[in-house]
Design a protein around this ligand. Sequence first.
Ligand SMILES: [Zn+2]
Length: 278
Amino acid sequence: MSMTEEVAAQVHLYPGIADTHTHLILWQTKEMDWKTLFQTCVEGGLELALDVGTNTDTFEERLGMVNQFKELYITDGLSVSKSELEPADLKRRLDELEKQVAANRNGGKLVAVGEIGLDNHFGYGGVQAQKELFAAQLDIAKQFDLPVIIHTREADPDTYSMLAGAKLGKGGIIHCFSSDWEWARKYLDLGFYISFSGNVTYKKSECIQKAAAKVPAGRILAETDAPFLTPQKVRKYPNWSGFVGYTYDCIAALRGTLPEELAVQVCRNFKTLMGLPL
Ligand SMILES: [Zn+2]
């Protein structure tokens, strides 16, 4: 059996479910055929998914993918990874981002700037360079009145103060939330949504689980971050949107609700944030 067939056999979704953060272009690096599998998701009830950018170089290719399904939306941004932080290249990349956002702002598919943020775990480029890249992209989001998708790892104090200082019109999403309830509460106070990924299902994730139980219903989201962070039950496989139901099961149990109800709520929250018709 191919990897595509193997993971498709484990699909677990609910009607009207959403995956608020995925990287379709990277599914392919794990020998998963994205188009076949996304079609499987749609047939399984997936109502929407957000394909998140990490690099302007791949935006046009990603847009071509996203345009093939009405369920897919797209973001554009420069993540805090090594390649995005070459100082000589930074100005060109930020100009390119601004041009791409301007050209697609009103096309219906581009709904946010991201993923952007700070990462002290890998520390690419150093704290100062990361902050400059982050600040420049917060400005672009503000300029085009778009929400932001935030990646923050071991960097909450700086991420929080930069978001508080940016005073964005639309707020955004703290993606793959991996801190404790105290930080969740602070981001919620800034108007942000909190998105939980497959790592909430892992045994050692007690802090994240406590936060997932407490985030108000009107601000919670759920995602795969595929192909990464596969939920515990299917952890031997690479991740894809068809596995997001396992994460809904876990979050719903923590909150004393049903995954079907959580699916409806998450979908409504995502559409509200992105200004999509309910
Ligand atoms: Zn991501």
